[in-house]
Design a protein around this ligand. Structure first.
Ligand code: NDP
Length: 672
């Protein structure tokens, strides 16, 4: 392979550093495969470019427009994924490892794209929670909102997942409307650089949205402000160094960190040899040790089992590990490739040495070279610590490779305490079929772990595994794991936005959030709202219906027609005896049906279907003889594509005294 000349991408142009280049070696052969360097980059100018060009362009787009952009990026990556797989082997990764990185990365973009279109409005402001009434008369209210930060997201990424690690940060960043400067790890940055090329060549990103630093970050940190976010993945030492930068403290720059994590996996006390959970545990620990040669921030480093089963665990695990085929990841049948670099190999060997001072190696030889040549290959190493409370290293030293330590626990409380001794982790797994064990573990250990997978025979087949962070779930953990949070669906988007508590009149606030809020004006018109397309409907537009009386015959008829003869509708004495009713009441479902009868406009038109009700509350009983009327208000609207969109209607049902009988959101699918 000819040596790649890796370039930076700054201010919308490729930039070659004139000197200070570092060589990057293949993890498999040790040959130099690339040169990389960022000397001469003007970091302040890059930040300014992102702030003045990229940010405004992204913020001018709505969440949905940004979500479509993510989908286009994912499509571009998938269309050219083989270019990435070709480079992936050089990092020591097998095709399966590469799938997690490359297609897992694209999948994360797809997932955020879909979430963005489903869960975020086709607007630029995001509502957070419900309106808070702040005054008796309802003229002064509060509403939390999120708006895009006006700075730059600086992403400093780890070497282990050059594609996924970049995309899992870019997806929520772009969806939030924030430009990014990405700095991949030097040892595998060639894969990230190629992925950036693919994204840029797709020509869907606005100018200034994405820049790339292929080397040191120079004085970049000196120019950060409160509108910027640093999102870091890597070692605790680097995280601490960056986080203690005076500008980070002075400007309150947001700092999200994913760092070392001594993740634990626990065999439940009920899951002895012969149970499905025992087999699942052994399989998962072995898998986590060897996938990506154990270079996963979520990999299982500590495997805990009841003392009476630890020998059986050791035996079963060693047998599995003996079957691992180590070699050039391109070769057929190879199940574990190399570590990402020779220096990583040395780091893993020295961590194993540290661990073996208080734990013994029971499988694998760290000094062995399982593959001839200069590749960074190592055997999977299983250690055993019979006195886990007497060894600090097994809880503190992360060997970032195919290395794990098994250890016994006495009882569940001991297992919880050992798991928590990692002082904060990204992922924990528990193998149990006993709901009590699961509950006790979550209550005892939840606070120390960002994600917990509780696996049993019923969920194993469809499980996504201990080590897989998912775009829809939070990735991050307290303490040693960095204290940060990434992804987690829309939560991850808000990491790049500012929450502001707005106060003012319902009318003013409605105009800002593009959603009708209680107390805001309800303009009426001559045209029934069901006759208007989404584009013609204005937020707040209201239909006030005529009223109808609900009779005892109506209640009787409904009860016998539907079979709902609940006493409160049918038995005057029993209803009176209840603490809630003064006598027989109309069915809630009858009220809803009559409401629809009052507000629908029956002819075919722009409303295509009723897609559901949300937040339904019955507030005042409606007695036979009472009357009801409805106010139907356009609460919000969103166009999905050329054929359809969704209208959310605020529905209020009143009785003859103008008391609210029921309220709900009605969702309809409409023509745009
Ligand atoms: P580092 O912390 O050295 O590197 C992580 C990233 O930070 C890289 O992009 C690196 O760039 C960059 N970096 C390093 N120093 C600076 C600096 N002064 N200013 C700005 N950026 C900097 O970690 P490694 O990748 O070398 O991995 C070391 C260990 O970290 C692993 O053995 C493992 O224990 C842990 N790790 C944890 C992960 C997790 O998700 N929890 C993931 C990966 C690693 P460059 O490569 O150019 O130096």
């Amino acid at each position: 392979m000819k040596t790649l000349n890796l370039l930076n991408y700054a201010q919308d142009g490729w930039y070659q550093a004139p000197g200070g280049l570092a060589e990057v070696q293949s993890a498999v052969t040790g040959e130099v495969i690339a040169t990389t360097g960022s000397q001469g980059l003007d970091f302040k100018a890059m930040l300014d470019h992102a702030r003045t060009v990229g940010g405004p362009a992204l913020r001018a787009m709505t969440f949905h427009e940004r979500a479509w952009m993510l989908k286009d990026l994912a499509n571009a990556i998938m269309a050219r994924k083989e270019e990435l797989y070709a480079l992936n082997y050089q990092t020591g990764a097998t095709r399966t490892d590469g799938w997690i990185d490359i297609e897992g990365g694209a999948g994360t973009l797809y997932s955020f794209s879909s979430k963005g279109r489903r869960e975020l409005p086709n607007q630029r402001v995001l509502i957070d929670g419900n309106m808070e009434p702040l005054s008796k008369g309802g003229t002064f209210v509060g509403q939390h909102v999120w708006t895009s930060l006006q700075g730059v997201a600086v992403h400093i990424n780890a070497f282990n997942f050059p594609v996924w690690g970049m995309l899992e940060k870019l997806a929520p960043t772009f969806l939030a409307g924030v430009p990014a400067i990405v700095k991949p790890a030097s040892s595998t940055g060639y894969l990230a650089e190629q992925c950036v090329r693919i994204m840029l060549e797709a020509d869907v990103l606005p100018k200034g949205a994405l820049q790339l630093v292929m080397g040191g970050v120079g004085d970049l940190m000196d120019h950060l402000t409160c509108q910027d976010v640093v999102s870091f993945t890597g070692s605790a030492a680097t995280a601490m160094k960056l986080q203690s930068h005076p500008v980070i403290a002075r400007e309150s720059v947001r700092f999200i960190a994913e760092r070392d994590s001594l993740n634990a996996s626990i065999l439940g006390p009920d899951a002895g040899p012969g149970t499905p959970e025992f087999d699942l545990f052994v399989k998962e620990v072995a898998r986590e040790m060897t996938v990506k040669a154990g270079q996963k921030c979520t990999a299982i480093r500590r495997a805990m089992a009841p003392a009476e089963h630890i020998d059986a665990v050791q035996e079963a695990l060693s047998a599995r590990l003996a079957k691992v085929k180590i070699g050039d990841p391109r070769e057929e049948g190879v199940t574990m490739g190399a570590l990402a670099s020779r220096s990583q190999l040395e780091a893993v060997r020295s961590a194993v040495e540290e661990l073996s001072k208080s734990a013994r190696i029971v499988s694998g030889d760290p000094a062995a070279s399982p593959v001839q040549g200069n590749g960074a290959f190592i055997e999977p190493i299983l250690l055993r610590s019979d006195d886990p409370w007497g060894s600090d290293a097994v809880h503190d030293v992360e060997a970032f490779g195919p290395v794990s330590t098994i250890m016994p626990y006495r009882d569940l409380a001991d297992a919880v305490a050992l798991a928590n001794r990692g002082m904060g982790s990204l992922a924990l797994s528990l193998f149990t079929f006993d709901p009590k064990v699961a509950e006790e573990f979550v209550l005892g250990a939840g606070a120390f772990h960002g994600r917990m997978m509780i696996l049993d025979r019923t969920s194993a087949k469809e499980s996504t595994g201990h080590g897989s962070p998912l775009p829809v779930l939070v990735h991050g953990g307290p303490g040693r794991a960095g204290g940060g949070e990434e992804m987690g669906g829309v939560r991850g988007v808000t990491h790049y936005m500012q929450r502001t508590a707005l106060q003012g009149s319902p009318a003013l606030l409605s105009g800002i959030v593009k959603q009708w809020l209680p107390g805001a004006p309800k303009p009426e018109g001559d045209v029934h709202p069901f006759r208007k397309r989404i584009s013609e409907l204005e937020v707040g537009y209201t239909l006030k219906t005529a009223s109808r009386t609900v009779t005892l015959e109506d209640v009787e008829h409904f009860a016998h027609f539907t079979g709902d003869t609940f006493y409160a509708h049918m038995d005057e004495e029993a209803a009176k005896a209840s603490p809630i009713f003064e006598g027989r009441v109309a069915h809630g479902y009858l009220i809803l049906s009559f409401a629809a009868g009052l507000f629908v406009e029956p002819a075919p038109g722009p409303v295509l279907a009723n897609t559901g009700l949300e937040n339904l509350r019955f507030m005042t009983p409606l007695y036979p003889g009472d009357s009801m009327r409805v106010e139907l208000t356009v609460k919000s609207k969103s166009v999905r594509d050329e054929e359809k969109g969704e209208v959310r209607w605020a529905v209020y049902i009143f009785n003859q005294k103008d008391e609210v009988v029921a309220t709900y959101d009605l969702l309809t699918m409409n023509r745009p």
